[in-house]
Design a binder for this molecule. Sequence first.
Ligand code: ADP
Ligand code: MG
Length: 248
Amino acid sequence: MSNLKEDLEYLQLYSICKAYQDKAKEAEEKNLSYTGYLELLIQEEVTDRIQRSIKKRITQAKFPIIKTIDTFNFDWPKSINRKKILQLFEMNFVEEKKNILILAPPGMGKTHLAISLGYAACQKRLSTLFISAIDIVNNLYASISDFTFIRKMRSYLRPKILIIDELGYLPLDKKGSDLLFQIIDKRYEKGSIILTSNLAFKDWGKIFGNNTTATAAIDRLVHHCEVITIQGDSYRLKDKKNKKLLQV
Ligand code: ADP
Ligand code: MG
């Protein structure tokens, strides 16, 4: 005689296994047909699997903190293109392998927007990875010495969206800028990059240590891209108290 529970577990239909008895009662109460009952069960399994896969995407994305667009105050910056930003949340840029460059001074919400976009992508079950520019470089450096370079490189090429945060706070040496350039070059037209930087393009030579690499990186990044610029005062200075502290 077959054991339903065991069979469902063997088939990895864990949600059905958990719910089939309650759903049977529900089906009886609602006078559902056999097909109606089956539909209830399958719906349960599908909904749970989608939720599990969204959760997995969020964990894999390694966000330092969760930020969402509904907590972003569009009235704070002096200049910001709200419509263009909200359109990005439709996620068409991912299929189009387009990049998003978010350029603004510190505290203007670059990281907030980048995480919000990544979080929304996870909700659509798009693989995403968040990492700072300096961590990419440091991790790749370290991977050379422990012979995991190819694997590490692959982990930055595989996600549909790679969020590279805070390019420009720390200058890169020659090797570091070559490593970062490799990522930008290899993802070109293959996978989206969301990149945040406090520096305008004209100053990227300072990050990459030389203008040739900076130009080549910009060339690839901007070929298919949306540039978001934000202007105004740092959100961190929103409270007068913080403003005073920073002036001292
Ligand atoms: P940046 O990356 O540009 O330096 P962050 O995204 O880290 O700035 O923003 C600094 C802090 O201010 C974060 O806590 C962020 O959530 C918040 N913040 C920045 N801009 C806004 C905004 N327009 N609305 C709501 N919170 C904001
Ligand atoms: Mg930031």
